[in-house]
Design a protein around this ligand. Structure first.
Ligand code: TMP
Length: 210
């Protein structure tokens, strides 16, 4: 089973994916945790280029190809072999981030992005997408606080306008609406443990039904 976590910046998905990973491990499930961009040695090098705040001149076309290159490496080197070995694979962001950020956010042609994504992933899609929804202002506020108080990463995407992040969120909500059986939409303004409980229920129900 392949489960991805998606959400606008500051939605708390990284916290939630780590909690779920630990929980499933404790329950005795074989589970692997990956993240995007990165998750491989090559992917981590690509991540550094993508997130470098000095790379202000990066073209949107270069951006989508770099995210896709990182994804192609992760899918081929890690995700497919792990799934074939019977692991549950959790991934902090995946292809839907590209559609949300480069498609809706940057307003690149969605059909082209889908072709590139299919090529990069060989058509591998998540069985379940956990989407943590948060109003843009609240997400950005959390993100800035985490950066200033805890030294959390501040990357190129964090420098984008509020309008950009609004388009990203609207894109996520639109995708979730068109494929409700694949998406689990949760209100990320709830307490961490309440959200985690809902995620566990959703995942266990699907694991038991599988
Ligand atoms: P994160 O690791 O903190 O979630 O940051 C990743 C950033 O990269 C986040 O702002 C979303 C962005 N991103 C894209 O724009 N496109 C993609 O395909 C992926 C995977 C991430």
């Amino acid at each position: 089973m392949f489960i991805t976590f998606e959400g606008p910046d500051g939605s708390g998905k990284t916290t939630q994916v780590h909690l779920l990973y630990r929980y499933l491990k404790e329950q005795g499930y074989p589970v692997y945790l990956a993240r995007e961009p990165g998750g491989t040695r090559i992917g981590d090098q690509i991540r550094a280029v993508l997130h470098d705040v000095r790379n202000v001149e990066m073209r949107p076309e270069a951006e989508i190809l770099l995210y896709s290159a990182s994804r192609a490496q992760l899918v081929g080197q890690v995700i497919r072999p792990r799934l074939a070995a019977g692991d549950i694979v959790l991934c902090d962001r995946y292809a839907e981030s590209t559609l949300a950020y480069q498609g809706y956010g940057r307003q690149l042609d969605l059909a082209t992005l889908q072709i590139i994504t299919r090529f990069a992933t060989g058509g591998l899609r998540p069985d379940l997408i956990i989407y943590l929804d948060i109003p843009v202002e609240e997400g950005l506020r959390r993100r800035l606080a985490a950066h200033q108080q805890d030294g959390a990463e501040w990357n190129r995407m964090d420098q984008e306008t509020v309008d950009f992040h609004r388009r990203v969120r609207a894109g996520y909500l639109q995708m979730a609406q068109t494929e409700p059986e694949r998406w689990c939409v949760l209100d990320a303004s709830q307490p961490v443990d309440v959200i985690q409980q809902r995620i566990r229920e959703e995942v266990l129900a699907r694991l038991e039904g599988a």
